[in-house]
Design a binder for this molecule. Sequence first.
Ligand code: ATP
Ligand code: MG
Length: 322
Amino acid sequence: MSALLEVRDLHTHFFTRAGVVRAVEGVSFSLARGEILGLVGESGSGKSVTGFSLIGLVDPPGRIVSGSIRFDGQELVGLPQAAMRRLRGARIAMVFQDPAATLNPVLTIGQQMALAVRAHGRASEAAARDLAARTLTRVGIPDAAARLDAYPHEFSGGMRQRVAIATALLHGPELIVADEPTTALDVSIQAQILAEMKKLAKESGTALVWISHDLATVSSLADRVLVMYAGRIVESGGVSETLRAPRHPYTRGLLDSLPATARPGEKLNQIPGSTPSLLALPPGCPFAPRCPRADAACATDPPDVVTGGRLVRCHHPLAVAA
Ligand SMILES: Nc1ncnc2c1ncn2[C@@H]1O[C@H](COP(=O)(O)OP(=O)(O)OP(=O)(O)O)[C@@H](O)[C@H]1O
Ligand SMILES: [Mg+2]
């Protein structure tokens, strides 16, 4: 089966006064229809810039400097803005962490959702409102039909975020790129949205790129996971194998710093040090300065080790559990 999305050796850089920020450095992955891919990593690892690259929304001083993004066979790198905008409206949807970026403050929720419906096909006003109300119900907004006449400022932050998610679902996109979409929501609503996303992927074949800090959410939602560090993918694979038995010391460190793995009263095992500046990375493995397994070999670029559908970029990967 050919992939819906095929990303090859993507490099996205920001040309700042301080120098070139290499936010995405050689990212490759593919995504099948109906597949859910989790993209995880610490703050500043390049998750959002990867997401923005996919949907053609990297703004100056940033740009995609090389690589390829094929969506259903069509190359998106270098595609004219207008064509990209059409794709984003119809076949690719996105949800951002900040719903203020998506919602228009001067239109009611119903007006903007109806606009989104009618921009992509004929629908009577009544049919558009009906679809909007049904979609809001799917993301856990009670009494949705009555709330269509409210303005965004009348909703809580969590409710606005659910409206943004519902708007992304409206016209059945083939790909959704969601950047920390449920981080601000409480746990029960989050669970409902995750269930809705899974259903969507399974029943409609929608593919999902789910960007999150939250390994727990990703492990319950995603089929596969990409672990990013300093703009690169350091490990990827099926979500349960990768998170149960990580091979990259960085993935291990992320898992060890989860509150759930510490006993009450015990200190969390934070990864020592902090993420490096992407302005001037020394050669070799970018994680080496923080890595318990690092030695002299790590001053050279780590190899891609591929075993059984799993990739790890490391000189000293952890052993595969027997
Ligand atoms: N407009 C910009 N100008 C310069 N550098 C930028 C710009 N946007 C992002 N970057 C840099 O790109 C790198 C990756 O940022 P990105 O936002 O993708 O991280 P992230 O993994 O999404 O982090 P978080 O978890 O905090 O959202 C960071 O070093 C960031 O400083
Ligand atoms: Mg981000």
